[in-house]
Design a protein around this ligand. Structure first.
Ligand SMILES: [Cu+2]
Length: 205
């Protein structure tokens, strides 16, 4: 299955391209018409009624464009809502004002550690108010609610550390509700996973 990151980016580009094209076309026509139909050249306005060809054109073309947007959007959404069966499941809790992560072997951290190139499914809930788990680099965002479990999934293809934000205003220290995702190669992750050591060089917020 295609990676969410590329999928979201290509849909975004597609919509931006259509919007930019329309903006250009409409602006150009407006400017041309200002001069072409200036009242000095056409003192008497022509009263036009019904132009089936034009009316069909301006109905059919935009309809096709928005249906294309809907189609690609739906494919992307389905992908986001259907995590691969072999996903590695990590539990996430949001609370005022920090994130907590719990791994299948009950290891707990305040920052997220994941193996590279493996689908990760996050099962999320909130202990107090509504929060929203957002990893801009992976193009995923999902609300966390008390008494309800939500999920998202992603696959990190590049090693590195990425920002995690809370994207739903949740009180006084909402803007400080930050964390990191650390993408490690599989070997390194496996070593880290089995040790009970405290997580070193974890950044404090
Ligand atoms: Cu929050």
């Amino acid at each position: 299955m295609e990676n969410i990151i590329q999928q979201v980016d290509s849909i975004f580009l597609f919509i931006i391209a259509i919007s930019a094209g329309l903006l250009l076309l409409i602006t150009l026509l407006m400017i041309i018409f200002i001069f072409k139909y200036h009242k000095n050249k056409h003192p008497q306005a022509i009263d036009t009624h019904e132009h089936p060809f034009l009316e069909i054109t301006w109905t059919v073309i935009p309809t096709i464009l928005v249906l294309c947007m809907f189609y690609y959007g739906m494919i992307g959404y389905n992908n986001m809502r259907n995590p691969p069966k072999d996903s590695f499941v990590i539990k996430v809790t949001g609370r005022q004002w920090e994130w907590g992560f719990e791994y299948p072997n009950t290891k707990k951290t305040k920052e997220l550690y994941v193996p590279q190139n493996k689908p990760i499914k996050l099962l999320m809930t909130s202990l107090d108010v509504i929060h929203s788990f957002f990893i801009p680099a992976f193009r995923v965002k999902m609300d966390l609610m008390p008494g309800r479990e939500t999920f998202l999934w992603f696959k990190a293809e590049k090693l590195g550390d990425y920002d995690v934000f809370c994207a739903e205003y949740c009180g006084l220290l909402h803007s400080k509700m930050l964390s990191k995702v650390h993408v490690m190669d599989e070997q390194k992750f496996n070593n880290w996973y089995v040790t009970n050591e405290e997580v070193k060089n974890e950044t404090n917020h």
